[in-house]
Write a protein of this length. Sequence first.
Length: 478
Amino acid sequence: MPHILIVEDETIIRSALRRLLERNQYQVSEAGSVQEAQERFSIPSFDLIVSDLRLPGAPGTELIKLGQGKPVLIMTSYASLRSAVDSMKMGAVDYIAKPFDHDEMLQAVARILRDRQHPQSVAVERPATKAGGADKSTVDNSNGEIGIIGSCPPMLDMYSKIRKVAPTDSNVLIQGESGTGKELVARALHNLSKRAKAPMISVNCAAIPESLIESELFGHEKGAFTGASAGRAGLVEAADGGTLFLDEIGELPLEAQARLLRVLQEGEIRRVGSVQSQKVDVRLIAATHRDLKNLAKVGQFREDLYYRLHVIALKLPALRERGADVNEIAHAFLARQSARVGRTDLKFAPDAERAISHYTWPGNVRELENAVERAVILCESPEISAELLGIDIELSDLQDDDFMGLAPQQSISSGNTSLDPTEDLSLEDYFQHFVLEHQDHMTETELARKLGVSRKCLWERRQRLGIPRRKTGVASEN
């Protein structure tokens, strides 16, 4: 059993982290400062040291030297991000921002311990699901694990592209609606790259005030503007040797776009207020939910920067386009949230399962996660009902017999094929078979009427199950 030392002066955080690690079969010791750790333990005897950066007395980075080669994971707040990057340059194996997600901490710990045993492997773990059938919690490939849940065709294609693109230094543009998990793709690209041991710096361009964005990204010299009392390195500089992930890059002001273009073209930056440039080695991954090409046409985004970013473009599908993945992801969130509140008996009621499948999830994976978290908190029985999910869907639409607009024993025949709802077919399979059998000689209106659903519902289910409309063979509808 791996033995981990926690060094954290905040008693509540230290105790919570100890309980989290012990629940996951780690042996844990703890201390409130570097001095206490020295006095109570032989620091090199631990398999991993998890330490806060700012401690009373000596900083957490002192443990890098005292550990004599044992891995040190630094915990830091966003405000001290640059200090965390500096600590990695001093020898820390990685850093994690506070407040951290429990799964994020467990993934970091597991990865560090595994990499210590197998230095040549690079992997990203993802939480196991409680969905029925085979365990799909891992995606095996020679470079490691992708770390994203889902096995629908668009996601399998995404995994294939990630494996091909990750080992290169090419710029990547990740496109997709808000909440689809673009940062997860960026993280997978980084972890499967040759830069995996270097930092990945993530920046949400929409979250930084326009007046500060250039200073945050590129740094500034003392006196460069009012309030610049000291020189400061930027986030691009902090990512030197690693990966810079710019989320919502469509919100980047034009002046900052010009500076970023120089980074991509010349591999150098110049701090605000400086006349000297310095070289940087950064791999850029950008993400956006906006159409950058159209923004470039109307002068809201630099066209030359767009083509620099668009070397490799990855398109993340919306959750409503991922078919059965939505249930697999929901079960993973349920397992995660249940563990957090100490409930092991929770499961989705049948009406909740159907609601999750039928709802279009405009907020994508983020909305699904919030819905499951809310339901787990409010649930007073072992079963989570559709009502507790709090999603905007008519519960009357979720009755099995109404799903197809057919009585349970009714069957539909087409040629030599007869589909009977009493056969061992799921409702989704039944829907898919019927549409594929009849769409060559039925209009969308006729299909919807026969199935007992609206045309909008038919379209949404086509999207979810990945059934494209036939472009020929049936007269078009006005």
